[in-house]
Write a protein that binds this ligand. Structure first.
Ligand SMILES: N[C@@H](CCC(=O)N[C@@H](CS)C(=O)NCC(=O)O)C(=O)O
Length: 178
């Protein structure tokens, strides 16, 4: 596919993404793509979007057993592996000791993510729109943990979303298992 790369250079002092990136998508993270009116972040979602655009051999056939290995690694990369690797990287950059390491970063990231999620849930019933989807199943556990840690006090839309989810018959049935 033809493409045009736009660079957003990191802030010299903070080493974080510049505010120009946040004007394109409120999560203020690279990569982001813009195509046919779609603005998409999250590298895994971007890859799936690009693969959906046409003929390609970068995704095993859905009927093959390789497809599920592909799916697992696609999610594992950012869902599991990135956290310890990036935490290790940040700890190496950190020069303070005691409780200070990472504290500013984690608080900033939590506020960024939770306020973004709250703004999205102000506009729609479920993450993908009007229909409950697997994205809701993926999001619920972390939001519930955030709630139990007292992180949702100023997030009314996430709170009402969780109440909606917890009221679903399937959710109640799943809770019977633990
Ligand atoms: N899970 C996201 C991670 C996005 C991310 O953290 N991007 C980094 C660069 S690789 C970034 O923009 N960092 C700048 C910042 O956090 O300010 C993805 O897969 O796209």
């Amino acid at each position: 596919m033809p493409y045009h790369v736009v660079q957003h250079l990191r802030d010299e002092t903070t080493k974080l993404a510049p505010t120009s990136l946040g004007k394109i998508h409120p999560l203020n993270k690279a990569p982001i793509i813009e195509h046919n009116g779609h603005i998409i972040c999250e590298s895994g979602a971007i890859l799936e979007y690009i693969l959906d655009q046409g003929k390609n051999d970068l995704r095993p056939d859905k009927q093959s057993s390789d497809y599920y290995a592909y799916l697992e690694w696609m999610h594992f990369a950012e869902g599991s592996l990135a956290l310890p690797v990036i935490t290790h990287l940040l700890m190496q950059m950190e020069t303070r000791s005691g409780d200070a390491p990472l504290d500013g970063y984690i608080t900033k990231e939590l506020n960024l993510d939770l306020s973004y999620i709250d703004s999205i849930l102000a506009q729609r019933t479920y993450f993908a729109g009007a229909m409950f989807s697997a994205a809701d199943i993926m999001m619920t556990i972390s939001l519930e943990i955030a709630g139990s840690l007292g992180l949702l006090e100023n997030r009314p839309n996430i709170q009402s979303y969780l109440a909606r989810i917890q009221d679903r018959t399937a959710y109640k049935k799943a809770r019977e298992f633990g």
